[in-house]
Design a protein around this ligand. Structure first.
Ligand SMILES: N[C@@H](CCC(=O)N[C@@H](CS)C(=O)NCC(=O)O)C(=O)O
Length: 219
């Protein structure tokens, strides 16, 4: 039995997509960011800070998306989606797992302030501006990297792309991607993958974004 603790359009999509790439089917346990289900003691026993993803597989439970990605690729090396110790791309692979999470933390901060803060404590325009600039900087570096390769690693698609790919579906709510043609082409390549398409069907509807774009407020 494989069970993925999941919220649609969240970091758990990274794992949902990677499982599809590996040909593994998981039962989904659904949560919501707003209904308190992440704070239930049963879930805290699985994920101590009450976050998704968490994955039950092979008789163990793992939380932290990068750790899950590493575990899945190391225990299923026949799919070639990780870069194991000794591989010349190992360091780049690990860097991208971390980079994706660094970028996701900026997105999470923007989400928190744009979507979940309001009366009586509206978000700070200065912080929103800084976070949008930090997101832009992280996208510029990605744009440069994709100028002469199709995927994050020179040798081709890997699980690092499943870590990063998720971010690129949240980023356009805060930064116009038209100025990043390599990233737009990368997103199209992602969308063309059958495993990605299957994961999207299983994902569920996102419940966060009510607008197509969130402008940085003046101030
Ligand atoms: N570093 C963790 C972050 C997990 C995380 O923050 N997940 C979000 C959804 S994208 C969450 O569960 N948030 C709930 C909360 O912050 O209360 C990972 O990569 O798995």
């Amino acid at each position: 039995m494989i069970r993925l603790h999941h919220i649609p359009f969240s970091r758990s999509f990274r794992v949902l997509w990677l499982l599809e790439e590996l040909g593994l089917k998981a039962e989904l346990a659904h949560y919501s960011i707003t209904d308190g289900s992440l704070r239930a003691s049963e879930f805290k026993a699985i994920s101590p800070v009450g976050r998704v993803p968490a994955l039950e597989i092979d008789g163990i439970t793992i939380y932290e998306s990068a750790a899950i990605v590493e575990y899945l690729t190391e225990t299923r090396p026949e799919h070639g989606l990780g870069r194991l110790a000794g591989d010349p791309e190992r360091v780049q692979f690990l860097e991208w797992l971390g980079y994706a999470e660094t970028q996701a933390s900026i997105l999470a901060s923007l989400n928190m302030q744009h979507l979940f803060m309001g009366d009586p404590t509206p978000a700070s325009p200065l912080v929103l501006k800084l976070e949008a600039a930090r997101l832009t900087a992280s996208l510029k570096a990605l744009e440069n990297k994709l100028s002469d390769q199709e995927w994050l690693l020179p040798s081709g698609f890997s699980a690092a792309d499943t870590m990063m790919g998720f971010n690129l579906f949240s980023a356009p709510y805060y930064v116009h991607l038209e100025r990043f043609p390599n990233i737009l082409a990368y997103i199209e390549r992602i969308k063309a993958r059958p495993a990605y398409q299957e994961a999207r069907k299983l994902d569920g509807n996102q419940e966060f974004y009510k607008k197509d774009f969130y402008e940085v407020p003046n101030g």
